[in-house]
Each structure stands twice: as structure tokens, then as C-alpha cells.
Design a protein around this ligand. Sequence first.
Ligand code: NAD
Length: 337
Amino acid sequence: KKLGWAVVGLGKFATQQIIPSFAECKRSKLVALVSGDRPKAEQYARQYGVNPKNIYNYQNYDTIRNNPEVDVIYIILPNALHAEYTIRGAQAAKHIMCEKPMAITVAECQAMIDAAKKAGRKLMIAYRAQYEPFNLAAIQLAQSGKLGKLKSIVSDHGRNLDPKDPADRWRANKKLAGGGSLYDIGIYSLQATRYITGEEPTEISAMMYSTPNDPRFREVEENVNFTLRFPSGVLANCTSSYGYSDTKRIQVFGSDATLELDPATDYYKHRLTVKSKNGNEERNIQEQNQFALEMDHLSESIMNNKQPKTPGEEGLQDVKLMQLIYEAARTGRTIKV
Ligand code: NAD
């Protein structure tokens, strides 16, 4: 059995990654589209076999409540719209998958969690790395003691913001994006430290820098470097950038061995190496479609009435920590969480 999914927002990520990935799902099928652009929605409906009667716009979105074919709504809109469309979706009695970052403020995240709870529906944040086999293998290695005692994590996520790409235009707009590189891509570095350790940070320090007079960074930040202290003694150093060339890397340093995931959070390409005094060993892991795995995880959580692995609370925690990272950078103080 497959649950019916509606995709909200037909932008770059939705059309290039998510919609094609339904073909590899076992428990999820695309049945509806929500878009402000009717001809575009009709074109994707034709291409992916969606009934044109299941095309909605942002005005009649709430009437999706009356469509029994739709079980789950997947929000793939600019960050500032996540809260509104999640809450309206929950009020339409649908389960919700919401893209990262969950929302702009902690208060919005809490309102989203409350709306899903009130409606008796599941809310999951699309943290794909937590469903991706190379990252799962890294978590297993780090938490099983295979690296010895964990000492340090270094994680770097960045790319060049490209004003020619329409998907990057709202990312330079503070109102729509909520933040700069940290909210968009540094969040992967932050996530990595939390899922690798399985712990929550207790202290945060940070520095920020944006190139003066670069029009891309009039409203949002370019670079954020932050350090986190974890209860077990692990210290993490993370970078986040909209100005350095494509990097998606996680390194975990244990007393016996070091693990390197590079690329760590790519869409279709990963590499996991364990380095120790016995030499370097590249792990042979089968690539799988992480988008299909994460969508099926929510469908299965709904079918079995279980809490998904990355619920709203997981998204709220990152938004809370990112706000503290900004505060640490702004004040120059080490912040206790
Ligand atoms: P995009 O700009 O390509 O897509 C956004 C869509 O929202 C567009 O189709 C746009 O027309 C529509 N939209 C509706 N109302 C809008 C408004 N008021 N202003 C601007 N656009 C509006 O962006 P994207 O890269 O697809 O990102 C969408 C979301 O997906 C973001 O939250 C982003 O963080 C997330 N994302 C996640 C991943 C991942 O790997 N998990 C990757 C890329 C993007």
C-alpha cells in the first residue's frame, strides 16, 4: 500500500529531486500538486501522471482537506513560508513533511508542532542525511566505539550563492530566508554534530564574516564558524559559507581512528573513509535514493502510528541552536545552551 502525497511548491528542489524520487518509493506516491503557476503544474501533472483535478493553488490550498487521496503534504517553499503552509496543512487534517530549516523562529516551530498535535497528525522535518546509508554508517561507526573515544568533529558545508539562479534569489532576502548560509547549508554541519554524537551541545561560540560590498550579502550572512561543546567532552568545529566553493564534509576524530565523509551530504555521491594506524579503508556502501527513503519513512510512521525519527522537535532544536550561534557571533560571548 502507498500513501498519497501532495507537493507544495514546484521549485528547483521539488522538481529536480523530490518529484522524480517517488518512482523509487515503496510506500509513497505523488497524487497532488500545489503551485501558483497553473501551466507549470499541468505540465508536471502530465509528466508524472497526477490527475489535473488534484492541482491546487495557494488560495484554494485549504480545500485539500476534502481530498481523501491526499494523506501527506510536503512543503518545499522558501523558508519563511514553511510555518504558514504546515499549519494550514495540519488544519486540513493532513500529515506534513516540511523542508529544512523548519521555520524562521522558535515560536513558529512551536506553533507548527502544536498545530500537528492538535490535528492528531504527524510532522516530520526533511533531514535527508538521517536516512542516507553513508551517514547512517558513520553514525554507527562513531557510536559503536569503533573509532575509540570520540574527541572532535569538524564539519564544513558551503557553496557560492549564485544570484543568477532564481532559487538563490530568495536565499539572499532575509525576510524569505530567515538567515544566510547557516540557515540554508550550515544547518547540515550543525545536524552532523548532533547525529554523530547523539548528544545536544551545552556551549556555543561563533564568529561571522560577510565580504563588504558584495551585493549577495546585503541582508544575509556569508560565513559563520562555530564551536560546540558536548556533554561527553566532544568539541565540534563547524563552518558554513555562501562564499567558498562546494564543500559538504564531516570528519570525526576518535582516539583509535578518524572517519571522513566527503562528500557527506551530496544528493547522489558519498564517500566514507576510516583512517587508522592500519591505513585508510574506504567503506563499500550501496548508494540509495535518500529522498525515497525519507519519504517512505514518514509514510511508514503514519501507517504504524509511530513518531518519525526527525519530528518537528528536531527542527525546532536546530532553529533554537542557530539563533544561539548568531547570538554568540554577535556578542562575542560563549553562550550556555
Ligand atoms: P526554489 O526557489 O527553487 O523553490 C521555491 C518555490 O516556491 C518556487 O517554485 C517558487 O515559485 C515558490 N514560491 C511560492 N511562493 C513564493 C514566494 N512568496 N516567494 C518566492 N517563491 C515562492 O527553492 P528551492 O531550492 O527548491 O528550495 C525550497 C525549499 O527546499 C527551501 O526551504 C530549501 O531550504 C529546501 N531545500 C532543501 C534541500 C535538501 O537537500 N533537503 C535542497 C534544496 C532546497
